[in-house]
Design a protein around this ligand. Structure first.
Ligand code: DGL
Length: 272
């Protein structure tokens, strides 16, 4: 059984298939600015959302083991696809808290909806797993849900095309059923999607709240660290990035997600 580092200076590990998890890292860093972070982007296996559950479990396991070897005090799985199909299983064999991104968004959405209509957009894997609907119904069976797979949005965002007509047309097509509808809450069930939040707001002209997991995950993590006296107050906080492929591309795009440039990016993959 793997155990956790109880050192306040120990880093927090965060991972995703690529850039998307940076939207979560950003919110966490706003809430916990003095922590050390290790971010892992599994760019060689991107996208996760089209892979089998078995592959996603394998990718997530190897990253989690890598992060544990770096003595992290906790891990955030900043990927909805992995949170949907891998984390519950992996959690059983490790003794370190792993935060996922589904429950926090569900709780916020259930709390917010007035019409009892919640829409969810996500990758094929996330939508097929029905993880959002199941959790929403468990909290309130009266709530109606619609889950829409939007598989082309991740490659569009990873390619830096989020401000183009391609992104606009695809988002319109995907959102057809919820434009001017009873759905007053939309969960962005993929950590890449906050990058097109403005675009989605423009397309969905009726009153609808967009919910991303970054902020509620950051609050949960803060509460956990606070409760266990694990908050780091050091003023020399550092973030180390690892990717499994293509450092330059990650570095270039990351600045758009974080609003600042990064240089501490190293290559680490599990092939060798
Ligand atoms: N950003 C991830 C998610 O939240 C993964 C997207 C992908 O790799 O397909 O689902």
């Amino acid at each position: 059984m793997r155990t956790q580092s109880n050192n306040t200076n120990a880093p927090i590990g965060i991972f995703d298939s690529g850039l998307g998890g940076l939207t979560v890292l950003k919110k966490i860093q706003e809430k916990l600015p003095n922590e050390n972070y290790i971010y892992y982007g599994d760019t060689i296996n991107l996208p996760y959302g089209t892979k089998s559950n078995q592959s996603i479990v394998q990718y997530s396991k190897q990253i989690i083991n890598f992060l544990i070897k770096q003595n992290v005090k906790t891990i955030v799985c900043a990927c909805n696809s992995a949170s949907s199909v891998a984390i519950n299983q992996i959690k059983q064999n490790i003794n370190i808290p792993i935060f996922e991104v589904i429950n926090p968004a569900v709780q916020e959405a259930v709390h917010y909806t007035k019409t009892n209509h919640i829409a969810i957009i996500g990758t094929d894997t996330t939508i097929k797993s029905k993880s959002y609907s199941k959790k929403i119904k468990a909290l309130n069976p009266e709530i109606n849900t619609i889950e829409i797979a939007t598989p082309l949005l991740v490659p569009i965002i990873e390619e830096g095309l989020e401000n183009t007509s391609i992104a606009n047309e695809m988002s319109k097509l995907y959102c057809q059923k919820i434009i001017n509808s009873k759905f007053d809450t939309l969960i962005l069930g993929c950590t890449h999607y906050p990058m097109i939040e403005g675009l989605l707001k423009k397309i969905l002209t009726h009153k609808i709240r967009l919910i991303s997991s970054g902020k509620p995950v950051a609050i949960n993590l803060y509460n956990y660290l606070n409760k266990h006296d694990l908050i780091n107050n050091s003023l020399s906080a550092n973030t180390q990035y690892y990717v499994s492929d293509n450092i330059e591309k990650f570095q270039q795009s990351a600045s758009k997600f974080l609003n600042h440039s990064i240089d501490d990016v190293a290559l680490h993959n599990f092939k060798s």
